[in-house]
Design a protein around this ligand. Structure first.
Ligand code: PMP
Length: 300
């Protein structure tokens, strides 16, 4: 199957206040965001024509701008209206929305105080982040060589493009070695997250997930914690060390793109694609599709 590159898709892109034809949404090569990583973004999913958790993503985008010292020219409400306009204009009922904010090309150097803050949004049809077979059997993860940086070494609470350098390097290394993704430890050697998703473990019917003090406290992560609480499942947010992986029964990733994805393997450790993981995946899909009714408790 021939792959159509993203710049060749058809539709409309919202660029600095107006929808423009897809192919016209261009930036110059001398753009600060490209050279110095001064860019923040959001990845969201559209279910039944609705942007799931749009308000939370809009708020995080504005907050990422603030952390990066970029004054966003639009309020969260304006960004959300534009997001809906973009999805509608492209006729997306089930797909993805990308919002991105970056420093423009007025100044080309480390300092870029006068640069325009640009905003763009695009939406497209996008089925699954991981292949369906991989989701069925569980993802295979290796452990990355790169570590999540300390909060005083990078703006770790912003969804900033620059933070993804080490994610791309780690994911490429994992794929090249035959894995689906990589688990990243943090600067202290603690379990942190995957290259584009948070991580949860199951043991004795309870969920365990690392405290997000140097990586994103994902919107999907928080949704899953809420869904688990609704079922009376205990959620323990804590420091998790790599040698504890041995004792966990199940494992899954959470992210707007990856949704709830079971993991069967991390380095030498093995996990079951178990009932609790499957239940939370189905609760999440129902919540995202807007039809959840949860009353019964399940066993892990
Ligand atoms: N960590 C990283 C590095 C990510 O890229 C993502 C995806 N945005 C997440 C965690 C999960 O965040 P969310 O659930 O808000 O999409």
């Amino acid at each position: 199957m021939a792959i159509i590159p993203f710049d060749r898709l058809e539709g409309s892109i919202w660029l600095n206040g107006a929808l423009v034809p897809w192919g016209d949404a261009k930036v110059h090569v001398l753009t600060h965001g490209l050279h110095y990583g001064s860019s923040v973004f959001e990845g969201e999913r559209v279910y039944g024509g609705r942007i799931f958790k749009m308000a939370e993503h809009g708020e995080r985008l504005v907050n990422s701008c603030r952390i990066m010292g970029m004054t966003c020219p639009y309020s969260a409400q304006e960004l959300n209206r534009a997001a809906e306009e973009t999805v509608r204009a492209n006729g997306i009922t089930s797909g993805y929305l990308r919002r991105v904010v970056w420093r423009g090309s007025e100044m080309m150097g480390v300092a870029a105080q006068a640069n325009r803050i640009n905003v763009a949004m695009a939406s497209w049809i996008w089925p699954s982040y991981f292949a369906p077979e991989a989701l069925e059997k569980g993802l295979k993860l290796t452990i990355a060589d790169w570590r999540r940086p300390a909060p005083d070494c990078a703006p770790t609470q912003a969804k900033a493009s620059g933070l993804y350098m080490i994610c791309t390097l780690s994911k490429h290394a994992a794929e090249n070695a035959g894995y689906n993704d990589a688990l990243m430890l943090d600067y202290r050697g603690r379990v942190a997250e995957a290259t584009g998703a948070n991580i949860f473990f199951v043991r004795d019917g309870a969920l365990h997930t690392p405290t997000p003090d140097c990586f994103l406290d994902g919107i999907t992560r928080r949704t899953v914690m809420e869904l688990a609480a609704r079922r009376g499942i205990e959620v323990i947010e804590r420091v998790i060390l790599p040698d504890e992986l041995e004792g966990f029964e199940q494992c899954f990733l959470t992210g707007s793109a990856s949704e709830v994805s079971p993991v069967s393997e991390i380095g030498p450790y093995r996990f079951d694609v178990g009932a609790l993981t499957k239940q939370l995946r189905s609760d999440y899909m129902a919540e995202a599709q807007g039809s959840v009714t949860v009353a019964v408790a399940v066993a892990g």
